[in-house]
Design a protein around this ligand. Sequence first.
Ligand SMILES: Cc1cc2nc3c(=O)[nH]c(=O)nc-3n(C[C@H](O)[C@H](O)[C@H](O)COP(=O)(O)O)c2cc1C
Length: 246
Amino acid sequence: MMNSTIENMLQHVSVRSFTNQPVTSQQKNNLVAAAQHGSTTEFVQAFSIIEITDSTLRNKLSDITVSSTHVRKADTFYVFVADLHRQANILRKNNQSLDSIKNMEALLLTTIDTTIAAQNMAIAAESMGLGICYIGSLRNNISQVAELLQLPDFTIPLFGMTIGVPSSKNQLKPRMAPSNQVAINSYNEAQFNDLSSYDKIVKNYYVNRETNPANTSWTDKNLAIFKEVHRADIADFLRKQGFSLN
Ligand SMILES: Cc1cc2nc3c(=O)[nH]c(=O)nc-3n(C[C@H](O)[C@H](O)[C@H](O)COP(=O)(O)O)c2cc1C
């Protein structure tokens, strides 16, 4: 039996157009609480959430996203910050080396914790009938975002999230068949790469969708995305924030 939580999850679509109706402060409190109550590596809670209420700042962030102009209009906008700065301060106060928060393992940890918090917020928002969209395109200029938000060392603005009352919703985007993504006991190379049926389904979705129809399959789309290197400045930014990338 499917319950209402799962039903809501299976109805997920990113929402990019919102009514002017506000998200209430009660709703915002619940959203933040949901985010804070996710699982977190060894209870370290290595993330921070910054709500952007200043309209000048909001417009600057929207400009950075270039294509995600809905950032300007959504009632509520949060930036999710991967954050090991508290831990850095604790180590500094105790005259300890920062090596344990500089390495790749710590970078993964904080990225994972932050993403879990965000997805908890997304599920909570959708359960209240609100719509959300992740905004990774903040990383188009990650240094400028860090500057605008006055982020200290060992923090990373991973992505934003717009939240509001949906004024329209896109069609559901068809996901892969479970056999393309789920295996038992070991990686299933053949099954996971047998994407011809899925390509037909996705092409059918893109050709027939109401907004921005396109004659493209999932494979075509991924080729277009990954044949180019994106945001080659990220590693330099992470080093600037104190990470060693070792
Ligand atoms: C980490 C992350 C970053 C994203 N960044 C953006 C973004 O900058 N702008 C945008 O319009 N959508 C963004 N999206 C939304 C995805 O494009 C969307 O989830 C995907 O196409 C699947 O569509 P659906 O969410 O409607 O099912 C992002 C999603 C994730 C998970």
